[in-house]
Ligand binder design. Structure first.
Ligand code: NIG
Ligand code: FE
Length: 401
């Protein structure tokens, strides 16, 4: 079975093809369809067929929301939350994002690259071929640009595609708590132009929440991002309804992420503006929140992507297939809907829909071969790793040679 995950149709239309063939040339897909209809020019002397009737071929998975580069970990907070403290109480007491910022400042770029490379290898083994990576643990111009350079170096090393996002507006750094306007100005007037000038970021994200940034501050920052040519993203309505979904629609963001507490008006505004909703069920699970109302988004016509939110606080796991199974059980998305959320809609959420996210002629030959007879079976029968092979640009990248 092969699922093309082409955009047409609804959230659950993955366009399955039984007994499929996939042909590629120079890294791009040349033909896909039933094996019996494969044009003669693509029939090979030596068939390279993989797998059997138990094999599922899907587009390379896209994790469209991670905070990949961080110093240290925060297992202590995991335990504190189990014992009853809230994410926001821990942050107010100096833990949370500020704790990771301090640990990141103390970590060299070489060590960050080594740590991220190990994460990326693990993710590749799961069939994840593209990873969106946010800065946000620097919170000074120098440190935010340093994190974006870590991503530039990881992208150059390959093999995965990296989409770098500036998240200078993750939280106001502790030393500027009394001067938040000055920090907003720093992000808008210095950080964003510098990141854009050096080609270090494709997107710009803002955490809109009590304790982070207000809607007005986010509007200013994302206006500067637009002027600099960066696509807008938002962490919206995660811990409370803060009108983040409506803001995402107003600023024509490519995605609004989290959205556990989004209002019906916000959802309708996102539908009208064509904003992708990114659900992050691992963060929901770790923070023991009510699930993101995926069915309401889908009913309103909003495409729902699914990602890990991998970070050392609210989502300390980079396991996207686990996030997909959780999207099924917690958010009542069908396996097919979840798969479309980690492929074509995830590609749309990072602005790469024309290149990746589906198995269609002309697109990059990024795909994964999964040991399961169907999409339903894959996400139902959760295993630590069901991925047998991964290809990027038509080249086998997993298992390693
Ligand atoms: O997406 N919500 C804000 N940022 C992250 C958490 C980051 C952290 O706790 O270090 C998130 O959940
Ligand atoms: Fe996040």
């Amino acid at each position: 079975m092969l699922a093309t995950c082409a955009a047409d149709g609804g959230q659950g239309d993955v366009h399955p093809i039984a007994n499929a063939a996939l042909a590629w040339r120079d890294g791009r897909i040349a033909w896909v369809g039933p094996d019996a209809a494969l044009p003669a020019e693509y029939v090979m002397d030596e068939p390279t067929s993989r797998g059997s009737s138990r094999t599922l071929v899907i587009p390379g998975l896209i994790d469209c929301h991670t905070h990949l580069a961080f110093g240290g970990w925060r297992a202590n907070e995991f335990v504190e939350r189990i014992q009853g403290k809230s994410y926001q109480e821990i942050a107010a007491a100096g833990g949370g994002i500020a704790s990771t910022v301090a640990q990141t400042h103390a970590t060299s770029s070489e060590d960050l690259i080594d740590k991220c490379s190990a994460f990326l290898r693990e993710m590749l083994s799961l069939g994840i071929t593209t990873v969106e990576c946010k800065s946000g643990y620097g919170l000074t111009v120098r440190e935010e640009l340093r994190l974006l350079r870590v991503y530039r170096d990881l992208a150059a090393a390959g093999p995965q595609r990296i989409v770098p996002t500036l998240l200078g507006a993750h939280t106001v750094p502790p030393e500027m708590r009394d001067r938040r306007e000055a920090y907003v100005a720093l992000v808008a007037d210095e950080m964003i132009p510098a990141a854009a000038r050096d080609g270090l970021a494709a997107c710009c994200d803002v955490f809109v929440e009590r304790g982070a940034f207000t809607v007005d501050e986010a509007r200013r920052i994302l206006g500067a991002a637009r002027d600099a040519g960066l696509a807008a993203k938002l962490h919206a309505d995660q811990l409370s309804d803060g009108d983040g979904a409506a803001l995402a629609a107003q600023v024509h963001a490519i995605s609004a992420d989290h959205l556990e507490h989004a209002s019906d008006a916000g959802i309708a505004a996102m539908a009208a503006a064509g904003v992708v909703a990114v659900s992050l069920p691992l963060a929901t699970l770790y923070l023991r929140q009510p699930p993101m109302p995926a069915r309401r988004f889908i009913a309103a016509g909003v495409p729902v992507a699914v990602a890990t939110d991998f970070n050392p606080g609210s989502a300390p796991s980079a396991h996207l297939p686990l996030a997909l199974t959780l999207a099924c059980t917690m958010q009542r998305m069908t396996p097919a809907e979840a798969l479309k959320g980690a492929t074509i809609y995830a590609a749309r959420a990072v602005g790469l829909e024309a290149e990746i996210g589906s198995l269609e002629p002309g697109k990059r030959a990024d795909f994964a071969v999964i040991d399961a007879p169907s999409v339903d079976h894959w996400l139902y029968n959760f295993r630590p790793n069901a991925c047998d092979w991964a290809f990027i640009d038509g080249v086998e990248v997993y298992p390693p040679a």
